[in-house]
Design a protein around this ligand. Structure first.
Ligand code: PLP
Length: 414
């Protein structure tokens, strides 16, 4: 029998009741109610024929989203970093030379993983807040010996920078290098065209523009990447992330146990993908651009200006610089405590200098834009950190929404 001190009532651990939040940070984003319902569906076995059918459907939806025909398109168990690590450690071996774009946090992480694999890493650097110049990539490739792969972050969540990708695939093919892309934040919010852009390996995550909880990493590998995996000189150093073993579970002809699939998360991802594809990719991209435009119009009236230049900005991650007098932490704490709104602060050299405002997936709505602008304007005015006509941020956002032919809220309902 449980002794009284072991009973839950004596432990002051109460029933789970997370506070209500509007998630406008760098991820996770708000989860669609249909996804929440899917997550709570009864469990079946991960080798049950019904579940295996569901896996196949998930792959079909992922291929549509990645705009590819690659058979090896699936979800790795783990967050975006697991996808990043799976791609890198399966493709890179000790002694290889690789090229990595490093213009902030996640490019640095890719380079670190490359170094841990024993590769010589050529870092192409750009300042935090700017994209890597494709011309520098071209010059680097033509000035180096054999290069195994070029890795770039499509959507840098730490700075709000969009990396141009369309020319790089061709440059890589010309030099017989693989092209690896981090689409953790871009997938489902802006086009990610795997086949058209000649991307050989790409990974993403569920908690950004797919509006699913964190826990899975969609990955796609093309024929050149798979040939590299098959031709390795040494076995993949990770057993769990060995894509040849993982493929044995996901391939329709095999379906052999590797590790117990995270069944509920896969229910959630399948439903999230249905929501994305029902909305339609073009409509979803347009919706992200629309709400970002309205948000930035409002923020600019409060003295908060975007960090990246216009042609390098991401719609789902709006990184704005703070005027000197604004106290970053105090405002974000007040936003959370009084309004229940989460936004992100700066990382590394940008700490205290920028805010990162996510409008990802289900979070990209007019009501969220208005709620944040109203809350920010109130806090900043009350503290004497901005002056001007009250309501001007909302008015500026409304003017964007009032343009002819703009649907106010394109979000699908429950
Ligand atoms: N790459 C990018 C661009 C990211 O934004 C993130 C996370 O925010 C990651 C990789 C790592 O993903 P996770 O935190 O899900 O492991």
């Amino acid at each position: 029998m449980a002794s009284p001190e072991n009973q839950i009532s004596s432990l002051s651990v109460s029933e789970l009741l997370p506070p209500a939040r509007v998630l406008l940070g760098p991820g996770p984003s708000q989860v669609h109610p249909r996804v929440l319902r899917a997550l709570s569906a009864p469990l079946i076995g991960h080798l049950d024929p019904s579940f295996l059918r569901l896996l196949g459907e998930t792959q079909t939806c992922l291929r549509r989203l990645f705009q590819t025909d690659h058979p090896f398109t699936l979800a790795i168990s783990g967050t975006g970093s697991a996808g990043m690590e799976a791609v890198m450690i399966n493709l890179v071996e000790a002694g290889d030379t690789i090229v990595v774009g490093v213009n902030s946090l996640f490019g640095t992480r890719l380079a670190t993983i490359g170094e841990r694999c024993g590769a010589k890493v050529i870092r192409i650097e750009a300042p935090w807040g700017r994209a890597i110049d494709p011309e520098v990539i071209r010059r680097t490739l033509s000035g180096s010996g054999p290069v195994k792969l070029v890795a770039l972050v499509h959507a840098e969540t730490s700075t709000g920078v969009r990396q141009p990708l369309d020319e790089i695939g061709r440059l890589c093919r010309d030099r017989d290098a693989l092209f690896v892309v981090d689409a953790v934040t871009s997938l489902g919010g802006i086009p990610v065209e795997i086949d058209h852009w000649q991307i050989d390996a790409c990974y993403s995550a569920t908690q950004k523009c797919l509006s699913c909880p964190p826990g899975l990493s969609p990955v796609t590998l093309g024929p050149r990447a798979l040939a590299t995996v098959r031709g390795r000189r040494s076995p993949c150093p990770s057993w769990y992330l060995d894509v040849s073993l993982i493929a044995d579970y996901w391939e329709e002809a095999a379906r052999r146990y590797h590790h117990t699939a995270p069944i509920s998360m896969l229910y959630g991802l399948r439903e999230a993908l249905r929501v994305v594809l029902e909305e339609g990719l073009e409509a979803r991209f347009t919706r992200h651009r629309l709400h970002s435009g309205a948000l930035l119009a409002g923020l600019t009236t409060l003295g908060l200006t975007p960090l990246p230049p216009e042609h390098e900005r991401l719609p789902m991650l709006n990184c704005v610089t703070l005027p000197e007098d604004i106290k970053d932490r105090a405002v974000r704490a007040e936003l959370l405590d009084e309004y229940g709104i989460e936004i992100g602060g700066g990382l590394g050299p940008l700490q205290g200098k920028v805010w990162r405002i996510g409008l990802m997936g289900e979070s990209a709505t007019a009501s969220n834009v208005f709620a944040l602008l109203h809350a920010l304007e109130s806090i900043l005015s009350r503290r004497g950190w901005c002056a001007g006509i009250p309501g001007r941020a909302i008015a500026a956002a409304s003017a964007v929404y009032a343009r002819p032919g703009i649907p106010l809220d394109g979000v699908t309902s429950a």
